[in-house]
Design a protein around this ligand. Structure first.
Ligand SMILES: [Zn+2]
Length: 556
């Protein structure tokens, strides 16, 4: 279906525009519009894949709201994961005083991140069960359980109806902090009548119910009981409960703990200060002090569980870190394996194994449970809330589709299950939600200090360079005749054929020059692009390779 820009929103209607997180795992961001005002829920980043070389992170495209930033009444953050908060600094750079609303931990994480960007946000702390009025939006928050503490779902009430967004959630019945997903609030919303539910789709294809975080205790315990030397644990720097379990096991086995890696040290400092992580006295030490400690008393907790090349674990695997792993060390990768990261993670597991470490991971021990509701939990949620319409969010196409099917099985009418894409606008009018159009929602690449400057074309050139290298043609041309004044020179990098074998290209260059002259397209830039094009074709014909060809024309 080819959609165009949506028509004007009826006065009593609400428009919901997901700008990220649909058709991908990451850069979650949804805009709610009512009465001329905008409420943003989450503003995350997406991490690049192998085919996006040189990209740091990918943002949602703000162009749909760029001219309306003054109408934004606030950004509500459901929880503190990067794929929900990582884009906030970039949005606030466009308008600094947008109020940022979230739970205590979420706001602590985003404030620390914003400090690195030298932004002091205007924040409003809320909690599960709390309500607030923000412009025309009546908001209510409900506690949800996830792989980071202090997550919140949000109910948004306007004259258009009641919309609920779960954020990332699951229904662990025995969470470490005893903070359950507030099913009673979900039930109350259901009694009131939910017109549209936006629900987490990440694990919609996984049948049944997730195990509890506490079910990991035996496997973690086994590691601490049997490891002969150091234990190195990798985890997300935000998975406070997983890290709590490791700290508790270390304490029980008389081991000291040190945090390694900037984000780990920063986040765990915040978690301890705010009371989300409890470390028994004397257990935590600076990791430099642990270098000379009895190795059977050492636990290091570091980042890099997804194979990120700059993180501590990858550097240890490459022998590129102060901490040198050897025979007898145990590495516990207490984390998920995010699709797309498999190769990087397996490479690290193999390198660590080669160094002599015993690597315990999700594939050989029960050391991880997901943070996202699986099918059983989602169905429960639908049955409790009885939404009139459902819009699956947070997932790739197959996850959204599977989540939609679950909603239909619980009795949601098929035409009220809205499978949208990034940029699809959905209008809720008189309690009925329907797709109304499409706004631009492309990928915005952050590359070093630049935002949105690298394009698909940039990445195409980078991929081409990485696959076939570069050939530079240096042509000295007589401007009077537009012919080669000397034999052209070729400089190559990453192109495997010998330079002399490019000799056949000289004739091609002469022909290109003659053709350009005939067409009167003979200024230096035009000659360079003609030469690059024809030499490129020549190489493709001759070698079946397509390097980047750059021509430099110098007057004789
Ligand atoms: Zn999350």
């Amino acid at each position: 279906m080819n959609l165009t820009a949506p028509k004007q929103l009826p006065k009593n209607g609400m428009r919901i525009t997901p700008l990220g997180g649909l058709g991908e795992i990451g850069r979650n961001m949804t805009v709610f519009e009512f009465g001329g005002k905008l409420l943003i829920v989450d503003c995350g980043v997406l991490f690049p894949e192998e085919h996006q070389p040189g990209i740091d992170v990918i943002l949602a495209d703000f162009s749909a709201i760029r001219n309306r930033l003054q109408d934004v009444v606030g950004i509500f953050l459901t929880h503190g994961h990067e794929d929900h908060i990582g884009g906030v600094p970039y949005l606030l750079k466009e308008r600094r005083d947008i109020p940022v609303i979230g739970s205590k931990l979420t706001l602590a994480f985003i404030s620390a991140k914003l400090q690195e960007h030298r932004i002091k946000p205007k924040t409003i702390t809320v909690e599960g069960g709390g309500t607030m009025k923000l412009g025309p939006f009546e908001l209510e928050f409900a506690a949800v359980n996830h792989s980071i503490p202090d997550g919140l779902a949000i109910a948004i009430r306007t004259a258009a109806g009641l919309v609920v967004a779960t954020g990332d959630f699951k229904m662990d019945q025995f969470p470490l902090d005893n903070r359950l997903t507030d099913l009673r609030a979900f039930g109350r919303f259901g009694e009131e009548g939910v017109d549209l539910l936006l629900s987490d789709s990440t694990n919609a294809e996984v049948p049944g119910f997730l195990a509890s975080e506490r079910d990991l205790i035996p496997a973690i315990e086994t590691v601490f009981r049997t490891a002969p030397r150091r234990i190195i644990v990798s985890s997300f720097a935000s998975h406070i409960h997983r890290i709590q379990q490791v700290v508790d096991a270390a304490h029980a086995h008389g081991r000291k703990v040190a945090f390694v890696g900037r984000s780990m040290v920063r986040n765990m400092g915040i978690a301890v200060d705010l009371g989300y992580l409890t470390i028994p006295r004397g257990v935590l030490v600076d990791f430099k002090k642990l270098m000379n400690t009895d190795e059977s008393k050492v636990t290091l907790i570091c980042t890099g569980s997804q194979g990120e090349p700059m993180a501590a674990l990858a550097r240890m695997a490459n022998g590129d870190h102060q901490i040198r792993l050897t025979e007898g060390d145990t590495v516990l990768m207490a984390s998920s394996l995010i699709p797309g990261n498999e190769n990087a993670i397996y490479t690290i597991i193999n390198k660590l194994t080669d160094l002599g470490a015993n690597v315990v991971h999700k594939g050989n021990a029960k050391v991880h449970v997901s943070g996202h509701a699986s099918a059983g939990e989602l169905v429960y949620c639908y049955n409790i809330m009885k939404p009139r319409a459902v819009m699956p969010v947070h997932g790739e196409a197959k996850h959204l589709r599977a989540n939609g099917q679950l909603a239909i099985r619980t009795g949601v009418a098929e035409n009220n299950v809205i499978i949208a894409k990034d940029g699809t606008t959905v209008d809720l009018v008189d309690g009925v939600a329907r797709i109304s159009g499409q706004v631009s929602a492309g990928l915005v690449f952050v590359d070093g200090q630049t935002v949105g400057r690298a394009t698909e074309e940039t990445l195409g050139a980078r991929r081409q360079l990485s696959e076939a290298g570069v050939v530079v043609v240096l042509a000295i041309v007589d401007p009077a005749t537009t012919t080669l004044a000397e034999v052209p020179e070729f400089i190559t990098r990453g192109f495997i054929h010998d330079v002399p074998t490019l000799d056949g290209a000289a004739g091609v260059i002469e022909k290109a020059l003659a053709a350009a002259k005939k067409q009167g397209r003979d200024d230096v830039e035009q000659l360079e692009s003609a030469i690059a094009r024809e030499v490129g074709r020549h190489i493709a014909r001759t070698y079946r390779r397509e390097p980047v060809v750059v021509a430099v024309v110098v007057d004789a």
